[in-house]
Write a protein that binds this ligand. Sequence first.
Ligand code: GLC
Length: 637
Amino acid sequence: MTQNVFAMRPEVRAEYAEVRARLEGDAEFLTRLERFFTELRDPLAALYGDDPRFPGQFAALLDAIAATARVRDPALRRLDHEREITPDWLQREQAVGYVCYADRFAGTLAGVRERLPYVRELGVNYLHLMPLLAARPAPNDGGYAVADYGAVEPALGTMDDLRALAADLHAAGMALCVDVVLNHTAREHAWARDRPEYYRTFPDRSEPDEYERTLPEVFPDIAPGNFSWVPELGRWVWTTFNEYQWDLDYTNPEVFVAMAQVVLDLANAGVDVLRLDAVPFLWKRKGTDCQNLPEVHQLLQALRAVGRIAAPGVAFKAEAIVAPAQLVTYLGTGPHEGKECDLAYNNVLMALMWSSLASERVALMTHVLDGMPAVPPGAGWVTYVRCHDDIGWTITPEDAAAVGEDAHLHRRFLSDFYAGDFPASFARGARFQPDDATGEARTSGMTASLAGLESAGEDELARELAIRRVLLLHAVAFAQGGLPLIYMGDELGLLNDPAWADDEHQREDNRWMHRPPMDWAAAERRRVPGSVESEIWDGLQRLISARRSTRATHAYGAGQPLWTGNDHVYGLLRSYAGERLLVLANFSAGEQPVRRALLDEHGMRLTDAAAAPDGRPLRAGGEELVLAPYQFLWIRG
Ligand code: GLC
């Protein structure tokens, strides 16, 4: 006897009764169906209720959900149950992730399985493998142009290899994250041939031109415009990204159901977390920038309900590289009602950390993070220093003005600085998609190259500072609350790939400079005391172990950036379950004082342990605490 049915609205209850009579499944499945039926039905009815295709598609979707639940592997059901009673399994302080391209890391999925001891030694329990489903031949945007969602990229292995890898990871207490590219498929996908109505196509330029009036361009250099002429179709196709990535038309309920099937199949292959790629773009409306529209959120709510009912151990991670106010909306509004993703990339924090590192000032970061809406209950950020994409300098005029800066000049400064073009810049990155009109650009480059390790050469002091910068950024990302991700190579200080432009398919897209192959010789040097690799590796291990013993880093905790009285030192106060953490992080290359009274005001007591994650000794005397260049303190109370 279950009770949620009594909580349903009468009209939903009537619909549910019919569905319940038709679908078969075990008691757990039926309980979940009842619990999340409204969450599944409401957004879909709002999106497609008037579409004659909807009733049939909704029935097909429910059948697919029930079938997935029925054939789900018993081992995965155990995990489902465990995660249902451990809803913070990705948000707790023990969670730390690693991100890599399977081929660049270890050749194939079988190779990744062999390399798992390395990942385990690092101390992470979450592995995000970059796109690994069968893509069109290169160029394919690093796998983000999928030709067959039902198969693994042949060069990497098979679906069985994926299942075996997931099983290995589970046995080691780790979770597997895989990309699902929802917004577009490769133009080579069978749908492009057999189901042209799955895409947004136009007979002439009239509609595209209307849309273009308010549409930004994602890749103005390499793929200008948002539409591509396709001679075989004799039509214009919506292509937000490259011309070979065709945007799907989610006004068609069949598209949603087809993509839900992809999600269900990956869930049953043992994937634990689905990284939902480029979600802001899923819905389009004339007169808007066609990002973050309300319908996108309805789609995500429905997709999550699909997952909750069929495979509740599977989590969703949103990739929405948007402004602070919009970003948090991808985490939904509550633990169940209005729930969307469990995790979302905190690109705001990421970009602001780099901004502070270049300017040696934390005012902007403190101001923006302070103004960010709180994470809704049950969700958490993904915090990260670098990823496979460029860094976009999304700094608004209002935020810049609030701290006495000019947004355009600051963005311009950041793109110049990280391209190594600003006087005394330590960075060796590159401009990505520069805008000739404004002189602004996004930034490409590996963490270590952007942080000064490449320009340091043999200069020991410069090298030490670069290492400290790498660790500082990770220390803030690890403390901020949420799941921190380490991007492959950053644990060793790998530099930009010098050969990135040798490949003709990569030459035009300099994001490849920060996607180097794994350097296993460098990895060996992590054991050589005094090497760059060992200093960064050991530093990250100190952070991982500090995080594991600091409950206040739990994503459910409350976080509050605070003014330290010194514009070079970032302050963050976090609390969770009665424990507190005060982080002080010196973003400058000089020594910086902080008043000790700041600690007293927040009831924190300083002990030597506060300096352990950084590794350098504490210097506190009299009224002041002095932080060494780029030093950070984790003061736990
Ligand atoms: C995401 C990916 C990026 C890709 C784009 C299109 O933003 O992170 O690498 O180019 O989606 O799929």
